[in-house]
Design a protein around this ligand. Structure first.
Ligand code: PMP
Length: 434
């Protein structure tokens, strides 16, 4: 990037000052001295100095097709110069075409969609629909799940860090998550017989009134620490829920659209949810959220309730183009292959460095849990590694209740050379710590 362009920017210090003065501090940043990003090109980001970063974070699993993907950019630009907004009251082609495409790509009988602008709204809407359909008001959620920043979204969230609301919505029971590395029962799969899933039945019978609308769960918990349930987990959960006429809402906000090596992560478990929520990668960075459900459930929601910006022609154009790019380039399959490559590389590192306690995830949604020799969380080491990786040009995520899980969620258009680079640099840093 030329000096001329660089001079157009106010600079990182001024950005930090303005952030402090004008942005509510709940918006936080990872690094002690954050870089000022100004440009994105597929899997790469650039700061004001022209320094290139490999984005292993994708804006938390948003830009699955890569930053500023030319086809998605063109679709947005074309729409922006033609018709930017109406409102769902006046139908446009984009909204119905997008709903039709979602019916085609979502599992089983999921067919009818509601559009909004974020993951939080999608989960709120899905919970509302579950209440309308079942006539029940209670919910079950999983520990370490994250479902949004609205009042209900936070109340459904099982991570203290994201539950800032001191008066959460009532009627929510939490079930243990399928955290095999730290199994609350001290068991191992498959001998455990899915004790964590079985516990849901006990919870229904003990901590609820029995009038439960739905259980909400991420198929792989993202912010919770890339918690990846073992095979059979969701089948057992669904069986239990069906026995008590409770709906299953699957939150695919972070896992959807090829991220885990399948179009949707719940496909790894062969289960058809009753309602599926989506956002993030649906618009590849353009704000669009949605939930899709079966017609018999959808058709109970007849009262007016559309969202002003939901199904906007521009965001719908972005989502249509995103779905096309994912399909045309077979990105879910690519994520499966590259994910396996990265997981193998991380597992090799794990053999050398016991700091990497557990490697987990599917496709390009992988986590490495950093632990001390006694298996207690090692967040300080993770912070040091992430700072050094940033200096070397790699942006990696961090999550889990103890902030000790390194999260790899790059754009799916990454390649093996990028991954080799990533692994080599990580190896250097781990070797120095070791
Ligand atoms: N669900 C999940 C699984 C998420 O990861 C997030 C955001 N991290 C949300 C819901 C909330 O989405 P949004 O920030 O778009 O409201």
């Amino acid at each position: 990037m030329s000096e001329l362009i660089k001079d157009q920017y106010i600079g990182p210090d001024e950005v930090l000052r303005k952030k402090k003065d004008y942005i509510i501090p709940c918006v936080y940043h990872f690094y002690s001295k954050p870089m000022q990003l100004v440009k994105g090109e597929m899997q790469y980001l650039y700061d004001t100095t022209g320094k290139q970063y490999l984005d292993c974070f994708a804006g938390v699993s948003v830009v699955n097709c890569g930053h500023c993907h030319p086809e998605i950019t063109k679709a947005v630009c074309d729409q922006v110069t033609t018709l930017q907004h109406t409102c769902t009251i006046f139908l446009t082609e984009n909204i119905v075409n997008l709903a039709e495409r979602l019916a085609q790509v979502t599992p089983g009988r999921l067919q009818k969609t509601f559009f909004c602008s974020s993951g939080s709204e999608a989960n709120e809407g899905a919970a509302l629909l579950a209440s309308i359909y079942t006539g029940n008001q209670e919910f079950i959620s999983l520990r370490q799940g994250l479902h949004g920043r609205t009042k209900l979204g936070m109340s459904l969230t099982g991570l203290q860090m994201w539950r800032t609301d001191t008066s959460p919505v009532g009627g929510i029971s939490f079930a243990p998550n399928a955290y095999c590395y730290r199994c609350p029962y001290g068991k191992r799969h498959p001998e455990c017989d899915l004790a964590c899933a079985n516990e849901i039945e006990t919870i229904i019978k003990t901590t609820t009134s029995g009038q439960v609308a739905a259980l909400i769960a991420e198929p792989i918990q993202g912010n919770g620490g890339i918690i990846t349930p073992p095979p059979g987990y969701f089948k057992r959960v669904k069986e239990i829920l069906e026995k008590y006429n409770i709906l299953l809402i699957v939150d695919e906000v972070q896992t959807g659209f090829g991220r885990t090596g399948k179009m949707f992560a719940i496909e790894h478990y062969g289960v058809e949810p009753d309602i599926m929520t989506m956002a993030k990668a649906l618009g590849n960075g353009v704000p669009v959220g949605a939930f899709t459900t079966r017609p018999d459930i959808a058709d109970k929601y007849t009262r007016p309730g559309a969202s002003t910006l939901g199904g906007n022609p521009v965001t719908s154009a972005a989502a249509l183009a995103t779905l096309e790019v994912l399909k045309k380039n077979n990105l879910p399959q690519q994520a499966a292959e590259l994910g396996l490559y990265l997981k193998t590389g991380l597992t090799e590192l794990q053999k050398k460095y016991p700091l990497l306690g557990d490697i987990r995830g599917h496709g390009l949604m992988l986590g490495a849990e950093l632990v001390k020799p006694d298996k207690s969380p090692a967040p300080e080491q993770l912070d040091a590694i992430l700072e050094q990786m940033k200096d070397r040009g790699f942006l990696i995520g961090k999550n889990g209740p103890d902030r000790n899980v390194m999260a790899f969620q790059p754009p799916l258009v990454i390649n093996r050379k990028d991954l080799d680079n990533l692994l080599n640099n990580l190896n250097d840093i781990l070797a120095a710590i070791h």
